[in-house]
Design a protein around this ligand. Structure first.
Ligand code: 5GP
Ligand code: MG
Length: 208
């Protein structure tokens, strides 16, 4: 057991001769799993410091609200490195339904938040693109009486609309391209890719 690394980094060596249909659909790796792990550890340290007294006078408790489905892997990796008392609330929003590769407007599909009145909330999303999702969810949480609402996005696209919407924590700035992996999907596929990647055009057409 002592030789098992703390974080298992997944490698799909094509040299082993396995048939790797998903890996064959990748055009470029934009952010590798190693880069993700390093940056997520930094974000976790910063979030922990910002939510520890005296910065938050009334205690070391937060409610983390991942925006499903895309944020589930990022959130799982992030919160296991935040040693605070954490509750979880869930919100499901759809912006890129089905085989869309551009935003079709953000729609609240469901929520399982519990009582967030008076609590410090940290929204977690996979990517800030048009900003529609944060503009929908942040006011909704404020109306529920949260003591504070902050937001953390793993990725922010380099486009003017994304810069107009505030996010308290940003993992990486990426070019304005459609990406998948590490929770992000195309037509509900590719969420299980360990890196953030772009897809080959033929993969987009095949999965449409
Ligand atoms: P926004 O509401 O800021 O336009 O976009 C946020 C949501 O749109 C994200 O949570 C994500 O679900 C989806 N989205 C935006 N850009 C991309 C992308 O490049 N790839 C994927 N898979 N989803 C995206
Ligand atoms: Mg989303």
């Amino acid at each position: 057991m002592k030789d098992v690394p703390a974080i298992l980094l997944f490698d799909f060596p094509s040299s082993l001769g396995y048939h790797l249909p998903m890996q064959g659909d990748i055009d470029r790796v934009l952010i590798s799993q190693q880069q993700l792990a390093t940056r997520i550890a930094e974000l976790a340290r910063q979030i922990t410091a910002d939510h520890t007294p005296p910065r938050i006078p009334d205690g070391d408790e937060i409610t983390i609200v991942p925006i499903l489905t895309g944020a589930f892997i990022f959130c799982a990796d992030l919160i296991r490195q935040i040693p605070l008392h954490i509750q979880i609330g869930l919100v499901t929003v759809s912006s890129y339904p089905g085989s869309s590769v551009s935003s079709k407007g953000s729609q609240l599909l469901g929520q399982q938040l519990g009582d967030v009145c008076g609590r410090h909330l940290l929204l977690i999303d996979d990517i800030l693109d048009s900003g529609g999702t944060l503009k929908l969810v942040v006011p909704m949480l404020r109306e529920l009486g949260a003591a504070s609402v902050k937001s953390c996005v793993l990725l922010r696209k380099d486009r003017p609309q994304a810069r107009l919407v505030h996010a308290d924590y940003v993992g990486f700035e990426i070019p304005d391209e459609f990406v998948v992996g590490y929770g992000l999907d195309y037509n509900n596929y590719y969420r299980n890719l360990p890196d953030i990647v772009t897809l080959k055009q033929q993969a987009i057409e095949r999965n449409a």
